[in-house]
Design a protein around this ligand. Structure first.
Ligand code: COA
Ligand code: AMP
Length: 628
């Protein structure tokens, strides 16, 4: 038997001859017509992979496995502790469900290139909906259920969907989240007119459908109106996923079909070491990129069994939920966010809930979404006695750029570092003059263009926005927005963001967006929101507001109103619960609010008053608050 190729060799090959490298990877995809050009660089810095290739992502994720004789294998396990429901779907069941869902979309006029917004909880129908769009070449845009009506409206307004697919509710441990009123409000806020809303009624929240505009999902699915996969170009869009930008306007990350399928297949085999038949569980939500890539697409493209878990790490019913799932379903590879492990560790520090559990199926735990602190890593390693692999990526990239490639025999990790570059990603650290910094020196984390397949080719708002957002700051590179350093062994240490995005429980949020909401309150003169360190969630937002002189509302009432308005405008997921009223904000003489200094003071870090400080009273106000 040939010795497996080392990750170092592959990294070198991908750098030296990317076209040959990604041509080989494209063989993991079934093509109707193979690509004519592997890398089209004619419009650099906008690159396209697999130009001329024709395929269908849904065919690759579903039908090809049925044709290959895996129809009876379980494709989806649904486990919902919040409703007490469990169900399994074979690849054959999945094929029928997806083909019928696609038939329903076609009946309501959805064709290739049309957009479909999916606002759904973690139920199998959400995955059927995504795959049904892929089947007919429609472009889905999934919106996370924890966003409020206004955020949903922004996404509908930008994507201009023909149809919205939603459910009557999501279920949080402490409440039912009724989606229908949120959707209704969002639609009234939009100028764009959606033709139909297809609503999955759940028993926990019955809805009265509007005969003209709404369609009952379950009734429609009774018709056996199955449609087949349509050919799409590799470069056609598969989906748009909105992510927080530095302003309140989310960026529409576009994912194409061919590059995405090839990259995800490559990652399943080489990063996660997964094979067809394995059970792969990413405990995330389909509203995030982890859910897109590693709940829906990658496990199914690779012929694995994927898991839809409608529950939480703790409280549904206890901190043993993850271990119960791994034992019950023989999970081979498990992926979650560090915050989820911190929640489990917080409630069960001694691992009592692990006792007596048979986790022999588990090969590794992968973590991503935020910086993994060494304590959490150590705890998981000790308790699980398995490789615990931190890996780093972003909505824009679509799949891991820094990782230990377990499928290539590499489980080499270093606490505090997010991993080494995955073959295909030329990750570098540079300064503001585009010059490489020395080993161990901190700078901007960038990726040399072209990005490999699977990463965003553009933004839905267009190439200019893509250029301004990611390509303009460092010519020839994609700017990740993260800062960090590379050590002498090639490990990349991701230390912080360079913009005003924060990471709350693995969710990326814009403090600028929250500031806009606070500033719109009639009593607020000016404000700042920072991400303060939080032992469970990594960061939580904290607001500071200066009031207008004519304000008449009592402080406590005002704080309540501000918290409520962020919750109602952005959503509960923002976890905005702390706001302080101050007489002044610390600023430079040119009027720039010193957010970094505020954060350092709040977090109890070392800080220096900047030479350009306008008035020390602003700093004193923050110091007083952090001392109480
Ligand atoms: N629909 C509606 N509301 C939602 C929601 C959804 N899909 N998901 C979360 N929320 C709400 C929660 O109910 C909560 O509301 P509350 O303020 O009324 O309690 C709020 O948003 C914050 O939720 P969450 O971030 O889940 O915090 P939590 O305190 O309820 O739970 C953890 C803490 C650590 C258990 C939880 O954050 C978690 O499971 N994190 C894993 C994150 C993850 O998978 N990230 C994906 C990136 S890989
Ligand atoms: P998102 O696009 O929501 O997935 O958020 C991506 C951002 O989360 C990255 O730019 C990082 O700031 C952060 N992030 C994700 N994974 C990691 C990790 N493993 N280590 C440190 N930060 C991470």
């Amino acid at each position: 038997m040939n010795a497996p190729v080392s990750v170092d060799t592959l990294r070198q090959q991908a750098l030296e001859a990317p076209e040959a490298y990604w041509q080989e990877a494209s063989k993991l995809v079934d093509w109707m017509i193979p690509p004519e050009t592997i890398l089209d660089d004619s419009q650099a810095p906008f690159y396209r992979w697999y130009r001329g290739g024709v395929m269908n992502t849904c065919y690759n994720a579903v039908d090809r496995h049925v044709e290959a004789g895996r129809g009876e294998q379980v494709a989806i396990i649904y486990d919902s502790p919040v409703t007490g429901k469990k169900r399994e779907y074979t690849y054959k069941d999945l094929q029928i469900a997806v083909a019928r869902t696609a038939g329903m979309l076609v009946k309501y006029g959805v064709t290739k290139g049309d957009r479909v917004v999916i606002y759904m909880p973690m139920v199998p129908e959400a995955i059927f909906a995504m795959l049904a769009c892929a089947r007919i070449g429609a472009v889905h845009s999934v919106v996370f259920g924890g966003f409020a009506a206004k955020e949903l409206a922004k996404r509908i307004e930008d994507a201009k969907p023909k149809v919205v697919m939603s459910a009557s509710c999501g279920i949080e441990p402490n409440r039912i989240v009724h989606y229908s009123p949120l959707l209704k409000e969002a639609l009234t806020l939009c100028e764009h007119k959606v033709e139909k809303c297809i609503i999955l009624e759940r028993p926990q929240s019955p809805v009265a459908l509007n005969e003209e505009t709404d369609v009952d999902w379950l009734t429609e699915m009774q018709f056996n109106r199955q449609v087949d996969c349509v050919p799409v170009m590799a470069t056609d869009p598969l989906y748009i996923l909105y992510t927080s930008g530095t302003t309140g306007v989310p960026k529409g990350v576009v994912r194409d079909n061919g590059g995405h399928a090839a990259a995800l297949c490559w990652s399943m085999k080489n990063i996660y070491g997964a094979q067809a038949g394995d059970v792969y569980w990413a405990a995330s939500d389909i509203g995030w990129v982890v859910g897109h890539s590693y709940i829906t697409y990658a496990p199914l493209l690779a012929g694995c069994t994927t898991v839809i878990y409608e529950g939480k790490p703790v409280g549904t019913p206890d901190p043993g939920a993850f271990w119960r799932m791994i034992e019950e379903y023989n999970v081979n590879i498990f992926f979650t966010a560090p915050t989820a492990i911190r929640a489990v560790k917080g409630e069960d520090p001694d691992g009592e809930f692990l006792k007596g559990k048979n986790l022999s199926s588990l090969r590794a735990l992968f973590l991503a979404g935020e910086r993994a602190d060494p304590d959490t890593l150590k705890w998981a390693e000790t308790k699980l006695q398995r490789p615990v692999i931190d890996h780093w990526w972003q909505t824009e990239l679509g799949w891991p750029a820094l990782a230990a490639c377990m499928g290539l025999g590499d489980t080499h990790t270093l606490h505090g570092a997010a991993g080494r570059a995955v073959p295909g990603f030329d990750v570098q650290i540079i300064d503001e003059n585009n010059q490489p910094v020395s080993v161990g020196e901190t700078g901007d984390i960038v990726i040399k263009l072209p990005l490999p397949p699977g990463c965003l080719p553009t933004l839905w708002q267009g190439n200019d926005k893509m250029h301004d957002s990611y390509l303009a700051e460092h010519e020839g590179y994609y700017s990740t927005g993260d800062a960090g350093f590379i050590d002498e062994d090639g490990f990349v240490h991701v230390m912080s963001r360079t913009d005003d995005l924060i990471n709350v429980a693995g969710h990326r949020l814009s403090t600028g967006g929250m500031e806009q909401v606070l500033a719109s309150h009639p009593s607020v003169a000016e404000c700042a929101v920072i991400g303060a360190a939080d032992a469970l969630k990594g960061q939580t937002p904290v607001g500071f507001v200066v009031l207008k002189t004519n304000n008449k509302t009592a402080d406590e009432q005002l704080k309540k109103e501000l918290v409520t308005s962020v919750r109602e405008t952005i959503g509960p997921v923002a976890a905005f619960k702390q706001v302080h009223i101050v007489g002044k904000l610390p600023k430079t003489r040119s009027g720039k609010i010193l957010r970094k200094t505020i954060r350092q003071i709040v977090d109890g870090e070392k800080w220096e008053p900047p030479a350009t400080l306008d008035d020390p009273a602003g700093l004193d106000a923050i110091i007083n608050i952090s001392n109480t």
